[in-house]
Design a protein around this ligand. Structure first.
Ligand code: GLU
Length: 420
């Protein structure tokens, strides 16, 4: 079986089989837990600005519907394929279950480079994507959100397209919307804030003084930038390294975050900010630091660099940044490097998405202080559970997080039984 073949799906599969062995899940139960319930592929034709017609491919994978609707982001990226989307949907399932959210995982996206499209073309792609997905999504079926290459504006177009079809405003169809159309306070910052909170939680456990510690952050999109800013401003950390897909900078004395933020606001990317502190992006991850935050794409920590990482805490802001081969190496370095695995580390985003959905369903809105307090409570509970499980079972934090997530989905499937 599979339409998902490819390196990213292979990775999700391997991670699952390690945990399935640990949980002693019988072979005949495994495929039911691992393989996605539905995969939808659509073509997205749009009129381009030069008067031609162009067709993009769009996907949505819904992993399981056992515990509620599916939930997950929408990625606009050049080389996106159904295997990658499938893996990301599976990771969403373990992530939601670990945080105790009543969702299965989903992920979707369009194979396109959003930065090469005009605003009008981007709107056309976004609206047509949602239009094609209308038969398969709904506030109680599958709720979309932002991911790489999409933002609040794209969510507003999704919400409008779905709502026009229904004949009334349906704000609960997507999360990560602008506040003005039913978004929640604190969603945009939630993933980065969550990462910083969990870094602080890990530092407390390791007795590391963050005020005297340094961090390197790979990625300067929504997740990377808010993580870096929160680590610096709330926790007093020195940011010594930063990168995006255009450039990487490193300065052991600390980078001027305010200046970089202003530069990116004006130029959209890091390229061109400085010549002196430029570094080869491949070398950034192996520089000495207390906290390393990969907050960009999958598979950046591999068997080639895992043995050379020089950090005390690895906080996985991205989904799937560490390959299973690298995991084996990190497992041997467990006493040196404390890993906050992706499905825990970046779960602040989907947790606040859940809060947004709840507020939209109730039409009763919370203050940002309430949102943040509830976010920290859920993150704290998840962190404690993972740390306890890792210690009790003698396994890595990743396997502990996955064991909890997979275990909850499995329990739901067992209790509901196999229909008919
Ligand atoms: N795309 C984000 C993730 O990977 C957020 C998903 C959501 O908010 O539903 O977790």
């Amino acid at each position: 079986m599979t339409i998902y073949t490819g390196p990213v799906f292979e990775m999700a599969k391997r991670q699952f089989s390690v945990v399935a062995d640990h949980l002693q899940i019988p072979e005949d139960e495994r495929d039911r837990l691992l393989y996605p319930k539905r995969a939808i592929t659509v073509t997205i034709p749009i009129h381009t600005d030069d008067g031609r017609t162009r067709v993009f491919e769009g996907y949505r994978v819904q992993h399981h519907l056992t515990l509620g609707p599916t939930k997950g982001g929408t990625r606009f990226a050049e080389n996106l394929n159904i295997g990658e989307v499938g893996a990301l949907a599976i990771w969403m399932s373990w992530k939601c279950a670990l945080a105790g959210l009543p969702y299965g995982g989903a992920k979707g996206g369009v194979a396109c480079n959003p930065y090469s499209l005009s605003m009008r073309e981007l709107e056309a792609v976004s609206r047509r994507y949602m239009q094609e997905m209308i038969p398969f999504v709904g506030p109680h079926t599958d709720i979309m959100a932002p991911d790489m290459g999409t933002n609040e504006q794209v969510m507003a177009w999704f919400m409008d397209t779905y709502s026009m079809h229904q004949g009334h405003a349906v704000s609960e169809i997507v999360t990560g919307k602008p506040i003005a159309v039913g978004g929640t306070l604190g969603r945009r910052e939630a993933t980065g804030r969550g990462i910083a909170f969990l870094v602080a939680r890990a530092a407390e456990k390791l007795k590391l003084d963050l005020g005297r510690s340094s961090a390197i952050v790979q990625g300067f999109g929504n997740v990377g930038s808010i993580s870096a800013i929160t680590l610096a401003r709330r926790y007093g950390m020195t940011i010594t390294g930063l990168s995006d897909h255009t450039a990487a900078f490193y300065d052991p004395a600390g980078l001027p975050l305010d200046e970089i933020e202003a530069y990116v606001a004006a130029h959209r990317v890091l390229a061109g900010w400085s010549k002196e502190s430029a570094i080869d992006p491949n070398d950034l991850l192996i520089q000495t630091c207390d906290v390393l935050v990969p907050a960009a794409v999958e598979q950046v920590i591999t068997e080639r660099n895992a043995g050379r990482l020089q950090c005390r805490i690895l906080a996985e802001g991205a989904n799937g940044p560490t390959t299973p081969e690298a995991d084996t190496i990190l497992d041997q370095r467990r006493d040196e490097i404390f890993v906050i695995p992706d499905i825990l580390c970046n779960s602040g985003g989907v947790i606040v998405s859940y809060f947004e959905w709840v507020q939209d369903l109730q039409q009763l809105f919370w203050t940002e202080t309430e949102v943040n307090a509830k976010l920290e409570k859920l993150l704290d509970m998840a962190f404690t559970q993972v740390a306890e499980r890792a210690a009790a079972d003698g396994i890595s934090n990743r396997n502990a997080a996955m064991a909890i997530g997979v275990g909850k989905v499995r329990a739901g499937k067992q209790l509901r039984g196999l229909f008919p």
